[in-house]
Design a protein around this ligand. Structure first.
Ligand code: ARG
Ligand code: ZN
Length: 874
C-alpha cells in the first residue's frame, strides 16, 4: 500500500481520553484499552489500526460487540452508527519477548520498553494511530516485582501499590494531550541517577536517568547534557519545561538514536553511557547533541506536533536545527558548521542523487520508517537555517514565538510554520515552499566580473537541478558573501542602487537573495579586484560551482574570517589535487604533487595561531565518498589509490612537522576533560598520528599510544590507524582490546566497526569471520550496524571487490536480518542503492545482488520499498 499526502483527510473520531492497563508477562501481555470516543461526523464505522495483536474482546458502553466487528491483518472495524460519544473497551494481547523488530512493546536485556514512532502504537493496541489524534493518557502497569522494580510511563505517577503473587502496579497520568506515537512504557530492574533543575519560572524538575545497574557510573555526562539543554532552550528560545519530572531510559536494543516520548525519553544506550575510558570525544558530543535533540522535541514535536507523517520535517528539521545551534554554542560554532556540512555532503547529497531521492516533505511512502532520512532531518535543518539566514536571529525568534502562540497543543503542517515565520516578520515567504517540494541538490553556478574602470563587481548567479534540466520553479537562496583585498583586508560593500532590495548588507558581509533562475548582483566602489568569499557559512544546501583560481583559494585559506570558507578552500585545493591525479592515473601517467596544494597544506600545519580543531579539519583530506560524488561514474580503485597515495606523500614530505606537532600535543596527555581545547588538541594529535602511521617505521607510535592512553578517544584513534595496516602490532592490539572490553557492548561495537571498515587486504574475509564471531548478534541493531552498516558504507575495497563477493555477502546478510528486524535491514541496503554511480561491471553485480533480495518471498515492506525503488530505475 502506498500512502499519499494528497489523500489526507481529517479524522472522523476524537479519542478524548484513554485508560491503558498492561499486565506485563514476557510472552503474553494483556493490554486493556478503554477509550472515550467522540464520533465527530456521525460516521457509521470506526476503523482502528492494529497489527500482530491477539484480539480478546470489544465492548461498547459495556456491551460485548466482539462478534459485530471485522478484523483484518492491519485494521479493526467497529460499527458506530447512531453513537455520538461512547466508551470503547478493547482487550488484546501481545508477545514482547518474540518482538525482534523492536517496534511496539518489546524486551531488551530482560526489561520491557516501547517504541511507537512512527506507527508502532498499533502493535500495542488498536487505536487511531495517526499524529493528529491527540488524547489524554492514563496508564496502569502491572508486573512481577522481582523482575520489574521500576514501572514507568508518561506524565506523573498518581498511584502505586502491591498486588498478590509478588506483583505490583503503578498508574501514570499525562496531563498533556498527545498523539499515540509519543506514548512510552518501561519496566524492569533499572537504577537511576537523579538531579534537579530549577526552571526560569522557579519550579524544580525531577531529572532521572534510568540504566542497568552495571552502567550507573556512566550517566554523569548525559545528566550534565540534559541540564545544559534545559537552560539553553530557556535562554535561546524562552522555552520552559512543562512537567514536574523528566525521565530518560537507556536501552541496548534500539532501532534509532533515541525517542522523545513525553516526559519519558527512551534512548539507545550509545547516546547515554559515557566515561572517559569507554567513550570517545565523538561519543560525548553525540550524547550531548541527542540529549539536547530529544529535549528540544518537547516543544518542537510534542507541544506542537505534526498533522501527518508527511510533515515529519516540521518537527525533525526544526529540532535538528535547534540541536545544531545548541552544540555550536556548547563547543565551537565554526567546527560544528563544518562537521554538519561534511555529514550533509557525504550522506544526504548521495541520498538525494539516488533512487530514494525525495523532497524534505515526501509526497508518498510505503513504510514510513524508511523516511527518517538524512533528507528529512539534515536537509530539513538546512531549510530551517534558510529562514534563520533570511530573517536574522531576532526575526527567526519572533517567528518561533508566533508559531507557539498560534499552535501550542495542535498538530500542524510545514505551511503553518512558514506562515508564522512570514507573519511575525511581515514578509512574504511563499517561495520558500519550493524547498519542501523539490528533491535533488540544486547546483548554484556563480561567475564574477570585475570592471577596473567602473569599479563594479558583478556577481552572476544561476541555479539548476541537473536531472530536471531547468524545469523547476526557482528556489529562494540566501548567498552569503564578503570581499577581500589581495592582502586580506575585508572590503566595505556598496550594493548598486537598483539591487538594494535583493542585497542585504550587514557589516562587511552581504546576503544575496537569489530568487530567480538567473540573477545578477552588483557592487559598486570596489577599488581593487577582490578575492571573493562565497557561500559563507554554507548559507544554502547547494553544490557551488564557482571557478576560483588556486591563488585565490590559497589566500582564503590563510585569511578568510569565515571558517567554513577557509576550510572549504583548502578542501577544494585538495579535491583538485586528487581529481587531477585520478586523471593522471587513468591515462597511465605518473602521479605528482603540486606546490599550490602543499604550500597551503604546510601553511595550515605550521599555523599555530589557528584553532587546533579547525587545523585538524583542514589537514584531513576530503572523504572518499565525497570525492566519488564528483563523478557520474566513480572509479573506486582510482579514488582509493590516489587518496592513499596523497596521504602517504604528505606523510613523507611533512614527517618532521607531523611528528613535532604530535609529540608536543601528546605531552599534554593529562586527565580527560570534555572541554573545547582538549577536544581540539586530541583531534589534531590524532590527525598527525594518522598520517605518521602510513609510514611503516612509525607504526610503533600507534602501538605506544594504544598501550599508554587512558581515554578511549586516543586508544581508538591509535587502534583505528593500526587496523588499516598489515602488521603484527595490529593483531596484538586488536586482541588485547577485545580481551579488555568484551563485556562492554558499546566498546565492543567499536572493535567490530574498526575491522568492518578496515582497508586491510583481507578485509572481506575478516568481515565474513566477524558475523560468525560469538559476540555478533543479529538482534542487536548497534552490533549489526557496526559490522554490516559500516562495511557497506565505509569499506570501499571490501564491499566493492571487483568479483562482486562483497555485494553477494551483504545481500545474504540483509535477507537474514530482514526476517529479524526489517527497519534495520532496510537501512543496511542503502549502499546498494547507489549502483548507477559505479562502473558497468559493478552496476551489473550490484543489481544482481538487489534482485536476489527482491526475489525473497517474505520480504518486509521496509526492505521491499528500498530495493524495489532502487531497481525501478534500471
Ligand atoms: N523522533 C525520533 C528522533 O528523531 C526518531 C524516532 C524514529 N524512529 C523510527 N523507528 N522511525 O529523535
Ligand atoms: Zn527528532
Amino acid at each position: 500500500v502506498v500512502h499519499h499526502l494528497k489523500d489526507y483527510q481529517t479524522p472522523q473520531f476524537d479519542i478524548v481520553s484513554v485508560f491503558l492497563e498492561f499486565d506485563l508477562k514476557p510472552e503474553n501481555t494483556n493490554v486493556t484499552n478503554v477509550m472515550q470516543v467522540k464520533n465527530l461526523n456521525h460516521a457509521s464505522l470506526m476503523q482502528l489500526d492494529g497489527e500482530d495483536l491477539e484480539l480478546k474482546s470489544i465492548l461498547i458502553d459495556g456491551v460485548d460487540i466482539t462478534q459485530k466487528c471485522e478484523q483484518t491483518a492491519e485494521t479493526l472495524q467497529i460499527p458506530t452508527a447512531g453513537l455520538d460519544t461512547f466508551e470503547l473497551n478493547i482487550t488484546t494481547s501481545v508477545d514482547p519477548q518474540g518482538n525482534t523488530a523492536l517496534e511496539g512493546l518489546y524486551r531488551t536485556s530482560g526489561n520491557y520498553c516501547t517504541q511507537c514512532e512512527a506507527e508502532g502504537f498499533r502493535k500495542i493496541t488498536y487505536f487511531l494511530d495517526r499524529p493528529d489524534v491527540l488524547t489524554l493518557f492514563t496508564t496502569k502497569i502491572i508486573a512481577d516485582k522481582a523482575d520489574n522494580s521500576v514501572l514507568l510511563s508518561n506524565g506523573n505517577l498518581i498511584e502505586s501499590g502491591e498486588l498478590e503473587n509478588n506483583r505490583h502496579y503503578a498508574v501514570w497520568q499525562d496531563p498533556f494531550k498527545k498523539p499515540c506515537y509519543l506514548f512510552a512504557l518501561v519496566a524492569g530492574n533499572l537504577e537511576c541517577v537523579q538531579d534537579t533543575y530549577r526552571t526560569l519560572d522557579n519550579r524544580d524538575i525531577d531529572l532521572r536517568i534510568y540504566v542497568e545497574p552495571k552502567n550507573i557510573d556512566k550517566c554523569d555526562h548525559a545528566m550534565a547534557s540534559l541540564i545544559k539543554s534545559m537552560k539553553w532552550d530557556e535562554e535561546r528560545f524562552g522555552l520552559i519545561y512543562d512537567l514536574d519530572i523528566y525521565m530518560i531510559v537507556a536501552v541496548d536494543d534500539f532501532n534509532m538514536g533515541a525517542m522523545e516520548n513525553k516526559g519519558l525519553n527512551v534512548f539507545n544506550s550509545k547516546f547515554v553511557l559515557a566515561k572517559p575510558e569507554t567513550a570517545t570525544d565523538v561519543d560525548y558530543e553525540g550524547i550531548e547533541a541527542v540529549i539536547g535533540h530529544e529535549y528540544f522535541h518537547n516543544w518542537t514535536g510534542n507541544r506542537v506536533t505534526c498533522r501527518d507523517w508527511f510533515q515529519l520535517t516540521l518537527k525533525e528539521g526544526l529540532t535538528v536545527f535547534r540541536d545544531q545551534e545548541f552544540t555550536a554554542d556548547m563547543l565551537s560554532p565554526a567546527v560544528k558548521r563544518i562537521e554538519d556540512v561534511k555529514r550533509l555532503r557525504s550522506n544526504q547529497f548521495p541520498e538525494d542523487a539516488g533512487p530514494m531521492s525525495h523532497p524534505i516533505q515526501p509526497q508518498s511512502y510505503i513504510e514510513m520508517n524508511n523516511f527518517y532520512t538524512m533528507t528529512v532531518y539534515e536537509k530539513g535543518a538546512e531549510v530551517v537555517r534558510l529562514y534563520h539566514s533570511l530573517l536574522g536571529e531576532d526575526g527567526f525568534r519572533k517567528g518561533m514565538d508566533l508559531y507557539f502562540e498560534r499552535h501550542d497543543g495542535q498538530a500542524v503542517t510545514v505551511e503553518d510554520f512558514r506562515n508564522a515565520m512570514a507573519d511575525a516578520n511581515n514578509v512574504d515567504l511563499v517561495q520558500m515552499h519550493q524547498w519542501y517540494l523539490q528533491s535533488g541538490t540544486p547546483v548554484l553556478s556563480v561567475k564574477t566580473e570585475y570592471d577596473s574602470v567602473t569599479k563594479k563587481l558583478i556577481v552572476n548567479c544561476s541555479q539548476n537541478i541537473p536531472k530536471l534540466a531547468d524545469k523547476f520553479p526557482p528556489l529562494l537562496m540566501p548567498i552569503k558573501i564578503a570581499l577581500y583585498s589581495d592582502d586580506g583586508n575585508i572590503l566595505p560593500l556598496h550594493p548598486y542602487e537598483g539591487d538594494m532590495e535583493k542585497i542585504v548588507v550587514k557589516g562587511h558581509e552581504a546576503i544575496l537573495k537569489l530568487s530567480h533562475k538567473s540573477e545578477s548582483f552588483v557592487f559598486e566602489k570596489i577599488e581593487v579586484e577582490p578575492v571573493v568569499s562565497l557561500l559563507r557559512g554554507f548559507s544554502a544546501p547547494v553544490i557551488l560551482e564557482y571557478d576560483q583560481s588556486n591563488e585565490d583559494l590559497a589566500k582564503l585559506v590563510t585569511f578568510d574570517s569565515d571558517s567554513f570558507v577557509r576550510w572549504e578552500s583548502i578542501q577544494t585545493l585538495a579535491l583538485k589535487e586528487i581529481t587531477r591525479n585520478i586523471a593522471q592515473l587513468e591515462s597511465g601517467q605518473a602521479l605528482e604533487l603540486s606546490n599550490e596544494f602543499t604550500t597551503a597544506f604546510e601553511g595550515v600545519l605550521k599555523d599555530s595561531s589557528l584553532d587546533n580543531a579547525l587545523r585538524a579539519l583542514a589537514l584531513t583530506l576530503p572523504e572518499m565518498t565525497y570525492i566519488g560524488e564528483q563523478y557520474q561514474q566513480v572509479n573506486v580503485d582510482a579514488v582509493y589509490h590516489v587518496h592513499r597515495w596523497l596521504k602517504i606523500q604528505l606523510a613523507t614530505k611533512y614527517e618532521g612537522l607531523f611528528l613535532e606537532q604530535y609529540l608536543q600535543l601528546n605531552k599534554l596527555n593529562e586527565e580527560y576533560h570534555y572541554q573545547k581545547t582538549d577536544i581540539a588538541n586530541r583531534k589534531l594529535k590524532n590527525v598527525c598520528l594518522q598520517y605518521l602511521m602510513l609510514l611503516p617505521h612509525q607504526i610503533k607510535l600507534g602501538e605506544q599510544q594504544f598501550n599508554h592512553s587512558q581515554n578511549m578517544t586516543d586508544v581508538l584513534a591509535a587502534l583505528d590507524s593500526l587496523s588499516h595496516t598489515d602488521s603484527l602490532e595490529r593483531e596484538a592490539c586488536l586482541e588485547s582490546f577485545y580481551r579488555k572490553w568484551k563485556d562492554d557492548a558499546l566498546v565492543l561495537d567499536k572493535w567490530f566497526a574498526l575491522q568492518a571498515a578496515s582497508h586491510h587486504i583481507h578485509s572481506l574475509a575478516h568481515v565474513k569471520e566477524l558475523v560468525k564471531h560469538p559476540d555478533f548478534v543479529y538482534t542487536n541493531p548497534n552490533r549489526v550496524r557496526s559490522v554490516l552498516g559500516v562495511f557497506g558504507r565505509l569499506n570501499m575495497l571490501g564491499f566493492h571487490q571487483p568479483d562482486g563477493e562483497g555485494y553477494h555477502f551483504l545481500a545474504e546478510q540483509i535477507m537474514k536480518l530482514d526476517a529479524i528486524n526489517p527497519q534495520v535491514s532496510a537501512r543496511i541496503v542503502a549502499p546498494f542503492t547507489h549502483w548507477q554511480h559505479f562502473d558497468g561491471e559493478r552496476q551489473t553485480l550490484m543489481k544482481k545482488a538487489l534482485q536476489s533480495i527482491l526475489d525473497n518471498d517474505n520480504l518486509s515492506k521496509d526492505t521491499y520499498e528500498i530495493v524495489s525503488k532502487s531497481l525501478s530505475l534500471s
